[in-house]
Ligand binder design. Structure first.
Ligand SMILES: [Zn+2]
Length: 492
């Protein structure tokens, strides 16, 4: 493709400020950047004479590319059954598949929220050099875990991953070593420090709190390491990066926010420094939501993870595996058999209903009931955070290509609709707002001076968000390069 191009004849171009479609609007692109928007009738031949490639966007609605604040494109091997059962697929090939999955869904920028020590930066560079095709990516590198951190028995996690990967995906240690490790991650180029605090299962502590606990109480029991949280905030402040905390356990979640609230205490330099990943499975207290709003603690709900546990999506996973058997053969027969058996056992448990009993089933991947039980509250939390004015980061927590949820971005968008956001609110969240919060210059809107990272949809997404389903995304352009045309991904 020429370094100069014009996207013309589109049904509309989305204006991110007025939140409306502009008709008779054409996008002039040079060297990966949007040169200008031209209104009115144009003659493509005039541009061709000047060396522009003209791309007819007839019937398509142009939107800025999506920004995924929480994904795991570099993590797949750990979760991939192919990796666990045989390791037959080349690591780089799997990463490319995951990047393809993001582009397919219209993602032009993603934050890798925890992958493998060292690899994240390597892949980021490979993308920059064009050796891997993908969205632009930043990475957290390895996840940090301390006291009250990653439990081997987390009933929500798909695989007993600490057994497989301890030491490169998850760092475990005491406070002092965790902080040293965090500095090392920052030295290596991590732009966010990903921390895992989940001392209890999702549902054990998902009940409403009575509000009588203080930070001092929590210091005494086996809950998140409060000193570690404040230490990480200080490191992040010094390096001008962020801390992203994973927790689904409501008690832990609240402890973290309270500790951060004490540390931030109205200091504007520390606003937006902490991101709370996922909406927890229990009811967040009004207190804590107020603290998040007041001290600008960011909230990344990733409700798609709850949806993944539903009957519908479990069945989709099974169907997807069956299709793979006949299709691209990406999984060894034995791996497929074992994974299918696990999923079917999980489906039976969901159908059976009732509550998860600690220790009843070994691996969380089988029993998804704890997450399902938390879904209603997790959604309520988002609604209440919206009303309280908590800043939201849009992300879906996508990892791998073999988990069955073939379209987590649209799942997340639909969940945000249910939480009360309008279609244009959702678009704003996934584009301009994310770009602004994450400090991504040149992304988030279609305007002169921005990167030419643009989607062409077959219907108007500002009227109905379902237009962002990946099969409705006809065109994906990333920094002036077409990556998807006529609904088909372009390979190298
Ligand atoms: Zn995640």
């Amino acid at each position: 493709m020429a370094n100069k191009s014009v996207l013309y004849n589109a049904a509309g171009v989305y204006n991110s400020y007025k939140r409306e479609m502009l008709s008779n609007c054409h996008v002039v692109i040079q060297d990966g950047m949007i040169e200008e928007l031209v209104r009115g009738e144009i003659n493509p031949e005039d541009y061709q004479k000047q060396g522009y490639e003209t791309v007819d966007m007839e019937g398509q609605y142009l939107f800025p590319g999506l920004i995924d604040a929480h994904a795991h494109p570099f993590l797949p091997q750990i979760f991939s059954p192919g990796f666990l059962f045989s390791g037959f697929r080349q690591w780089d090939d799997q990463v490319q598949l995951n990047l393809d999955g993001l582009v397919e869904q219209g993602v032009v920028y993603a934050q890798d929220m925890g992958s493998v020590d060292g690899r994240g930066i390597r892949y980021k560079r490979m993308i920059d050099r064009g050796e891997l095709l993908g969205p632009e990516v930043d990475t957290a590198l390895a996840t940090i875990s301390v006291k009250g951190g990653f439990p081997e028995t987390a009933p929500t996690f798909p695989w007993p991953i600490t057994k497989v990967t301890e030491g490169n995906y998850i760092f475990r240690g005491d406070t002092e070593h965790a902080l040293d490790f965090a500095r090392r991650m920052a030295d290596q180029g991590a732009n966010v420090l990903k921390v895992y605090f989940q001392s209890h299962s999702v549902t054990d502590y998902a009940g409403p709190r009575d509000g009588s606990h203080t930070i001092e109480d929590y210091r005494r029991i086996e809950t998140p390491d409060v000193d570690c949280i404040t230490g990480l905030i200080d490191i992040a402040a010094e390096r001008r990066i962020r801390v992203g905390v994973h927790s689904l356990c409501t008690e832990d979640y609240e402890t973290i926010v309270r500790a951060a609230n004490e540390r931030i205490a109205g200091d504007q330099d520390l606003y937006e420094i902490l991101r709370m990943e996922h909406s927890p499975a229990g009811r967040l207290s009004d207190d804590v939501i107020g603290m998040m709003a007041k001290n600008q603690i960011l909230f990344s709900p990733t409700l798609a993870i709850y949806m993944q546990s539903t009957q519908e999506y479990t069945q989709k996973s099974i169907d997807r595996l069956a299709a793979m058997e006949q299709g691209n053969g990406s999984l060894m027969p034995e791996a497929r058999k074992q994974l299918t058996a696990r999923l079917e056992a999980g489906l039976r448990l969901i159908e059976k209903g009732g509550k998860y009993k600690w220790g009843e089933v070994k691996a969380g991947f089988i029993d998804r009931r704890p997450l399902l039980a938390g879904y209603t509250q997790a959604t309520e939390n988002v609604k209440r955070c919206r009303q309280a004015g908590v800043k939201i980061l849009f992300g879906d927590d996508m990892y791998g290509t073999e988990q069955g949820w073939d379209n987590p971005i649209i799942v997340e968008m639909m969940e945000m609709r249910k939480a009360g956001y309008s279609p244009t609110d959702v678009i704003h969240m996934a584009t301009r707002s994310n770009a602004k919060i994450l400090g991504l210059s040149g992304l988030g809107s279609i305007e002169g001076g921005n990167k030419a990272s643009i989607l062409g949809l077959s219907s108007d997404g500002s009227q109905d968000i379902k237009a962002f389903r990946s099969d409705n995304i006809d065109t994906v352009m990333i920094k002036g390069k077409l990556r998807k045309i006529n609904g088909r991904l372009l390979k190298k």
